[in-house]
Design a protein around this ligand. Structure first.
Ligand code: GCO
Length: 414
């Protein structure tokens, strides 16, 4: 796949980083050498994963990591975003597991020797199962356990890491893990979704000072997913629905970390859905960020449904990926420009963007003009946002290789 970048674009500057992203549970395998995570347990639930698969072997990355880094070097990548498996590097007592850490030590060393900057995420959804047994993200104590994990691991691995992210997409952990039950640990209760979200954000805020102290030279921040919300028509009701959706999906996570407040939607939630917020929590959560990671895949077109809740209006004519996600490159620039104007964003990395397509092998190769077009269109929009003044420092494609796509198992190819 060859992608042409816009002429004269800041994307062509040597300082702009191009990378790829993965996550531990999705690629590592080697499940016998770590503790169980909530995803191991969830994969055993009949019907939870569409093809009945699991992450026990996945892409066998723990065995093949040298080849994988060589692949990245051949691609000429500047950076690699991966996540650390909490159940691989810590035991039940919260002590570091040196054997698990060694895997990441060697990976980080080889990346640096290959001129590829390591971008590490501390939590990409694989909570140790024993912490779920004591309540998981519904238990406030899990946030403190996370902060301790972040402190110890960043001290042990800090030197070679260019950037630390605390969490990946707390929206998905909370909403799919506790709200809809589509993801581990599989609960479906809207109040639990809000409470787990608050504890995840608290975990982020508690971990940030340790990252700043242990790794002052690194870019430290958080990765959030964003789906910009558009009204179906220009009517007052539709604009209201879009604002409601935006506060629920996007601002609910962004405002606490950058401004120390929940959006006004909090006032509109029924009292039983209000999270317990401790004194001082919002100050902790809004610790200054060196960067904001933005994951962008699709937008939402919104209106109010008959039940009074906002709903998504499917754009029948629009191009879509194999995930049925609408392809809407403009959403990336519009989101960045709008949020930067409203909130004066810290430096941004696009930490995920990509397309699942129904790839077929022809003559032993995948010819993927659709995916190539997808990347090109999104990079053009990124360029537009940067020309409009948004400080974007890099772009990571999802993903380095096909991998375990959560509830979809191995059926989606990115
Ligand atoms: C996410 C996760 C990734 C996914 C990717 C494709 O953003 O959902 O970070 O783990 O695999 O986004 O769905």
């Amino acid at each position: 796949m060859t992608i042409s970048l816009p002429e004269g674009s800041a994307l062509r500057s040597p300082d702009f980083l191009f990378g790829v992203a993965t996550s531990s549970f999705q690629i590592e395998g080697d499940a016998d050498c770590r503790l169980d995570s909530i995803w191991d347990t969830f994969c055993r639930v009949p019907g939870a994963i569409s093809d009945g698969s699991d992450g026990r072997v996945a892409c066998d990355h723990v065995a093949l990591w040298r080849d994988d880094v060589e692949l990245m070097a051949d691609l000429g990548l500047d950076a690699y975003r991966f996540s650390i498996s909490w159940p691989r590097v810590m035991d039940r007592q919260g002590r570091l597991n040196e054997k698990g850490l060694d895997f990441y030590r060697r990976l980080i060393e080889k990346l640096n020797l290959s001129g590829i900057r390591p971008f590490a995420t501390l939590y990409h959804w694989d909570l140790p199962q024993h912490l779920d047994d004591t309540g998981g993200w519904l238990n406030r104590d899990t946030a403190y356990r996370f902060a301790d994990y972040a402190d110890q691991v960043s001290r042990a691995l800090g030197d070679g890491v260019a950037s630390w992210a605390t969490l990946n997409e707390p929206f998905c952990s909370a909403e799919f893990g506790y709200g809809t039950g589509k993801h581990a640990p599989g609960h479906s209760d809207p109040a639990w979704a809000r409470q787990s979200a608050h504890h995840l954000l608290l975990a982020h805020g508690l971990a940030m000072p340790a990252l700043s102290t242990n790794c002052p030279q690194a870019m430290n921040g958080i990765v959030l997913n964003f789906s910009p919300c558009y009204p179906e028509t220009d009517s007052r009701a539709d604009r209201d629905a879009a604002e409601h959706a935006d506060q629920s999906l996007n601002q609910w996570y962004l405002l606490p970390v950058i401004a120390g407040t929940y959006p006004e939607l909090l006032q509109r939630l029924p009292p039983e859905q209000h999270p317990d917020i401790g004194d001082g929590d919002m100050e902790i959560i809004s610790h200054p960020l060196d960067f904001l990671g933005v994951n962008y895949y699709f937008r939402n077109v919104c209106r109010y449904g008959a039940d009074g809740a906002w709903e998504q209006v499917v754009q029948e004519q629009a191009p879509r990926t194999d995930f049925d996600w609408e392809i809407y490159p403009n959403g990336l620039s519009e989101l960045l420009i709008d949020y930067d104007r409203r909130y004066d964003l810290p430096p941004v990395y696009i930490t995920e963007n990509g397309a699942a397509m129904r790839d077929t092998l022809i003559g032993g190769r995948v010819h993927d003009p659709e995916r190539t077009r997808y990347f090109e269109q999104h990079l053009i929009e990124l360029d537009r946002a940067m020309r409009a003044g948004v400080d974007v420092r890099g772009y990571f494609a999802w993903s380095l290789m096909d991998n375990f796509e959560w509830a979809e198992g191995y059926t989606k190819r990115f």
